[in-house]
Design a binder for this molecule. Structure first.
Ligand SMILES: [Zn+2]
Length: 329
């Protein structure tokens, strides 16, 4: 039975705990997102990771260390003389695959990278080529969107204090790599405040004051992120009272389509940061009332996609293959 939740203790700057937040504390960081992307694209070694992510060496080392500490990856020695290491995702790190597929799906629909690349996924299990990775409710046996899902507080619901940077980290154009497949979504998911605001709006808080209370965000940060998310086209501002002028924030179709990313992240958080009480938030499939049991599935056979069973081919949209190879993609 869900515990009774007291009024939000916003004066203590606490937020509702949820697995999205727990997961964001581990992966909600632009450099870590870029490193994960490089891993998925097959990089194992420091130089390759550095080249692909465009991160400064010190920053890359620091994040690789952090990712080892949080159990996302491990170092393996591949040469004795000189001593050299490769970096491999652990089971926990590889389990972010559905998050990555949900991100790739969103970027393909809405992101800037869609103009630069086409990513073809082939499902070896069923033999289908050029499949879509679809957010799928295994219990309901059908694909889902944000509109098909309802939520309730779970037994593990509580309050936590968020710790993270106040400032949105922006990469300079020099650091920006043309090879990033997940260019835009990495910026959103890599900013924990932005994800926290989207979580608030997804759970029904639309007004400035409500979002501020729910997410325990200082007003200047909230104003900055709302403007940023509006500029990115994920939310839109609507006047709901003229005197005084008051606004509420609604998700656009682009924003609604971000939902599977948050759901896959939450499911990952539930798997890896479970508490004895159980998950903090429970998702149900609206039509069937069944627990959501979300997976990223093959659009052809509807089976959950596993990293070993999917081949992906990246093709540039404008430049030739030779130019891309020269850039090390
Ligand atoms: Zn398939």
């Amino acid at each position: 039975m869900p515990p009774v939740i007291a009024n939000s203790p916003s004066d203590l700057k606490l937020i509702r705990s949820c697995s999205i937040w727990r997961a964001l504390e581990t992966v909600g960081d632009v450099p870590i997102m870029l490193i994960l992307e490089a891993f998925w694209l097959g990089e194992r070694r420091f130089d390759g990771l550095q080249q692909r992510t465009g991160l400064l060496k010190a920053l890359l080392s620091q994040r690789l260390k952090a990712m080892t500490e949080t159990g996302l990856m491990e170092k393996r020695q591949y040469s004795d003389r000189p001593v050299r290491y490769e970096y491999w995702l652990t089971t926990k790190g590889r389990d972010l695959y559905w998050v990555a597929l949900a991100m790739l799906r969103w970027e393909k629909h809405w992101g800037a990278a869609a103009a630069k690349f086409t990513v073809q996924l082939d499902h070896k299990t069923c033999g289908a080529r050029n499949i879509d990775a679809v957010p799928y409710s295994r219990s309901a046996g059908q694909a889902f969107t944000a509109r098909d899902v309802s939520w309730t507080h779970g037994p593990g619901m509580g309050w936590i204090a968020p710790h993270h940077s106040r400032r949105r980290k922006q990469r300079s154009d020099n650091e920006r790599q043309d090879s990033n497949l997940l260019d835009m979504i990495v910026q959103v998911l890599g900013d924990r405040w932005a994800s926290l605001i989207l979580r608030s709006i997804f759970t029904g808080f639309r007004r400035y004051d409500e979002i501020q209370k729910d997410a325990a965000i200082a007003t200047n940060i909230l104003a900055d992120r709302l403007q940023w998310l509006t500029g990115m086209g994920l939310i839109t501002k609507r006047l709901y009272s003229e005197n005084p002028a008051r606004y509420e924030y609604r998700l656009t179709e682009t924003g609604i389509d971000y939902y599977p990313v948050l759901v896959m992240l939450m499911a990952w958080g539930d798997r890896w940061y479970s508490t004895p009480e159980g998950p903090p938030l429970l998702l149900h499939h609206r039509q069937t009332g069944l627990p959501l049991d979300p997976v990223m599935a093959c659009s052809c056979c509807h089976q959950p996609l596993a990293p070993d069973e999917v081949e992906f081919h990246i093709r540039p949209m404008r430049r030739t293959q030779a130019q891309i190879r020269a850039r090390g993609v």
